[in-house]
Design a protein around this ligand. Structure first.
Ligand code: THU
Length: 135
């Protein structure tokens, strides 16, 4: 793994420690690298009203947008599970909103198993702004 990939992984691993997951006990960390090269991290934040919980990817993307950036070029997602954690459908759509199809997404377990994919492979045929009437 290159040092830039290591940095992204380290950010995802570190933020996962702060995940608030008292209900599922499933802590997730995500880190995205923006087009400017800055890394933004997020963890899942659950709620007693279950549907109000938010995913790690959503947190990382929100941090990026809050900082004034709207393109991510790479992401790393990590959780303690037997196989690299697959982003949920909603997070695939959120990633697709802010990334080109070839943006690299690395999914990982805590045991060091990783799987590399792209935003386009995670969500083929995605609905995007091109489908909206924007005159
Ligand atoms: N979760 C994420 O944060 N990201 C994913 O990619 C998969 C699922 C969270 C949502 C919830 O807090 C917990 O994992 C169990 O579903």
């Amino acid at each position: 793994m290159s040092s830039s990939a290591d940095t992204l992984k380290a950010a995802a691993q570190a933020v996962r420690e702060n995940a608030y997951a008292p209900y599922s006990k499933f802590k997730v960390g995500a880190a995205v690298r923006s087009a400017s090269g800055v890394i933004y991290a997020g963890c899942n934040v659950e709620n007693a009203a279950y549907p109000e919980g938010t995913c790690a990817e959503a947190g990382a993307i929100a941090a990026m947008v809050a900082a004034g950036e709207t393109e991510l070029v790479e992401a790393f997602v990590i959780a303690d599970c037997p196989a690299p954690v697959p982003p949920c459908g909603g997070c695939r759509q959120k990633l697709a909103e802010f990334a080109k199809g070839d943006a690299k997404i690395t999914l990982a377990t805590m045991d060091g198993v990783t799987s590399e994919t792209t935003v386009g492979d995670l969500l083929p045929g995605s609905f995007d702004a091109d489908f909206l009437d924007q005159d």
